[in-house]
Design a protein around this ligand. Sequence first.
Ligand code: ZN
Length: 187
Amino acid sequence: MRPSFRAPGFYGQELAPTLDLHTHDEGAIRRVLKNIEYPDRGRINLHIYNLPYNMSEFYNGIASSQLNDKMQGPTGFILLGRCTSIPLAMTEFVLPHEMGHCYQYRYMPDWGKDGKDKAWKTWLKMMGIVEKSRNDSHVRHHESPREMFANTFRIMFSPYQHEFWPHKAKHPLKVKGLKAYLSKVLK
Ligand SMILES: [Zn+2]
């Protein structure tokens, strides 16, 4: 099943409405979704919420990580609203980025017992990233390996903003065999 799209609406009590915020353009969302190459040939079931809510101007989207060790739980993400109108470039960036978090949580967990994080560790190694800690809350947001993965996914599986790689690690397109490896494990 292809990722589903839901119009703005009520999501949950943790996101209290703040202002009448601008949301992503629905036509832009559908166009971006169409242009993403799905590594699992569409078997992942994602719920995408486009909401006029936000908690801070720092966040553009939130992906769910409510999966347990058996990889069960909801998978999806919220595209958050902004005070100013949202340019197409932001939709092109945020959507495949948040989708990357969902694919990582579903298929390449960085948690769990019995080597469940094997694919995650292989990706780190291929990228030459040294993970400082599983709890990445103390590092700057952009430098956390999960953020680097979300951008790796965007660059590998969407046609958008390949030049935007705000990390010290090497650019994913320069890593030999990476796309083939990710295509194999993300399903
Ligand atoms: Zn992110």
